[in-house]
Design a protein around this ligand. Structure first.
Ligand code: AMP
Length: 538
């Protein structure tokens, strides 16, 4: 079976169109299969459940769960009635999640309890209480009216509904009431708000409309030549643009079957590729290097693998060759994007391996790219400059943050990425550097400002500077240079600072190393010269 890629511009239109694929599987998650026909039915049930809880078009619904079938149902159910989805990083601490739930004024939260051995509910309860007392479900989150626990965990947590209970309550809603809510959704309604930490360390909510998220997904599906014959293992997290827009929504646009992967474990992924005949497997380079290093790799039949994107961060030079020569992919491509414009470039179909490895490809349909110098003038082909993006795939703006939006997008609509790159003679973009203070740990972005803000809260820390250092497995990890207060009575060691960071930050943001210094290299105004620290670190 093969399909053409959908031209839908809203989730309701997409689901109705794809329901025509009938018994073709949309999602296979362990022993659970959801066909395309069932997908529409089940998403409608979830939508009715939200409506019966008073969730309406324009509200925010947060989803805090690993990659699994119910994540997709919970997300699409909200979007089907025009609510915006706010996905939360599964590694977040209670504090990080509480801040985003509060900032977005989410009215509903769907969560998987117990993922990676953590209780989200108790972490959230502890953290939210510091924000205030009012709140029906969590004191401190006054806008949150309903919290739902996904199957597989005890949902007795005070005030939570079990997923089944939540769905059952929705059955009381009339079909006409549901249809009326669905019919109001337009391509311009905000479909998702993806929070990124940003260089100030304060999370910003990137808003995209239905037409934009679907257009991003369409560009990816076209570039990957995706069809209903494909089986797409989604390792990239659903809470991030790569797993959500370039993953779930992209697959649905092409009638592809989704295999959610909750936790990356090389053994299990190899097993899945073999047993399910996975054809599409994008990921950060760490995923592929881990598969290549697997001692029993040759025992698996990986001949179904067709297409991969090793993106999101610079890939080691030999990786693309090994992905074809050893893992057996027919095509390995690169893409460049960021939360504000998830797919900006993509390798051309039929691209040579060398060129795909060196550049991220030309602009996708609907995106314009400029590379400019410090004065905003276009630079020549082959010269580095800041990458600017414009077009339908670029976000609407940051949620309730006009100042940041205006700083990021100029009046002509050009979005400043903070990334540095250059065009080659084929119009393909190569990413060479970053202006913004950010590094990527195994695919997750770390903004040093956020980590430094946390370290500053430690009573013995005077100042700190966090930089990325090379790491064989993760690509980059953090190192914190720390200047302690001379007056501090109890001087913490690295173990204590590690524990302090862990209490406030998701684990990938916690520096791998702490180096105590007497002072920092500084410029004339006293600002820490991070470039000098980075040089020492490499
Ligand atoms: P995020 O907002 O989490 O999607 O992170 C996006 C950032 O990842 C971009 O601003 C780039 O710095 C980096 N990035 C994305 N794609 C690539 C790529 N193909 N090569 C190098 N860096 C990339």
């Amino acid at each position: 079976m093969s399909t053409t890629i959908s031209e839908a511009t809203t989730i309701p239109a997409l689901l109705a169109e794809m329901a025509e694929l009938g018994d073709h599987p949309a999602i296979v998650d362990g022993t659970t299969t959801v066909t395309y026909r069932d997908l529409e039915t089940r998403v409608r049930e979830v939508a009715a459940a939200y409506l019966s809880q008073g969730v309406v078009r324009g509200d925010r619904v947060a989803v805090w769960a690993p990659n699994r079938a119910e994540f997709i149902l919970a997300m699409l159910g909200a979007q089907l009635i025009g609510a915006s989805v706010v996905p939360l990083n599964t590694r977040y601490t209670g504090n990080e999640a509480a801040v985003i739930l509060s900032r977005s004024r989410a009215v509903a939260l769907v969560m998987a309890e117990g993922f990676l051995g953590r209780s989200y509910a108790s972490a959230l309860r502890d953290a939210a209480s510091s924000l205030g007392a009012a709140g029906a479900v969590y004191p401190g989150l006054e806008h949150l009216r309903v919290a739902v626990t996904l199957p597989g965990a005890d949902c007795a947590e005070a005030g939570h509904l079990c997923w089944e209970e939540f769905l059952a309550a929705g059955t009381a809603l009339s079909a006409a009431g549901l249809q009326d809510a669905i019919d109001q959704v337009t391509p311009h309604d905000v479909m998702d708000i993806l929070f990124t930490s940003g260089t100030t360390g304060i999370p910003k909510g990137v808003m995209s409309a239905h037409r934009q998220t679907l257009s991003v997904a369409r560009a990816w599906a076209l570039g990957a030549e995706l069809s209903a014959d494909d089986r797409y293992a989604i390792v990239n997290p659903f809470f991030h643009g790569f797993g959500y827009k370039a993953g779930v929504i992209t697959a649905l646009m092409a009638g592809t079957t989704i295999y959610p992967v909750a936790v990356f474990q090389p053994d299990q992924l190899l097993e899945l590729i073999q047993s399910a005949g996975i054809t599409v497997l994008p990921g950060v380079p760490t995923i592929f290097t881990s598969l290549l290093d697997h001692p029993r790799l040759s025992e698996y039949d990986l001949s179904s693998l067709r297409f991969a994107i090793a993106g999101a961060t610079a890939a080691p030079a030999t990786l693309f060759h090994d992905m074809v020569g050893i893992l057996g992919f027919r095509t390995v491509a690169q893409a460049y994007g960021l939360t504000e414009c998830v797919v900006a470039t993509l390798s051309r179909p039929g691209e040579t391996l060398e060129h795909a490895a060196q550049t991220t490809g030309p602009a996708v349909h609907g995106v314009e790219i400029r590379v400019v110098d410090e004065d905003g003038r276009d630079v020549e082909v082959g010269t580095d400059g800041e990458i600017l993006l414009r077009g339908d795939n670029v976000m609407l703006g940051y949620f309730e943050d006009e100042e940041s939006t205006n700083a990021a997008i100029d009046p002509q609509g050009w979005f400043r990425t903070g990334d540095v790159g250059r065009f080659d003679e084929h119009g393909c973009l190569k990413i060479t550097d970053r202006l913004k203070d950010m590094f990527i740990v195994g695919g997750f972005n770390v903004y040093p400002a956020e980590v430094e803000n946390v370290l500053r809260k430690h009573p013995a820390v005077n100042e700190s500077a966090v930089v990325g250092i090379d790491d064989d497995r993760m690509g980059t990890v953090g190192r914190a240079y720390v200047l302690l207060l001379h007056t501090a009575e109890d001087k913490p060691d690295a173990v204590e600072l590690d524990a302090f960071c862990r209490a406030h930050l998701a684990n990938f943001k916690v520096p791998r190393e702490f180096v105590f210094v007497e002072d920092f290299p500084r410029n004339a105004t006293g600002k820490i010269l991070k470039s000098d620290l980075r040089q020492v670190a490499h």
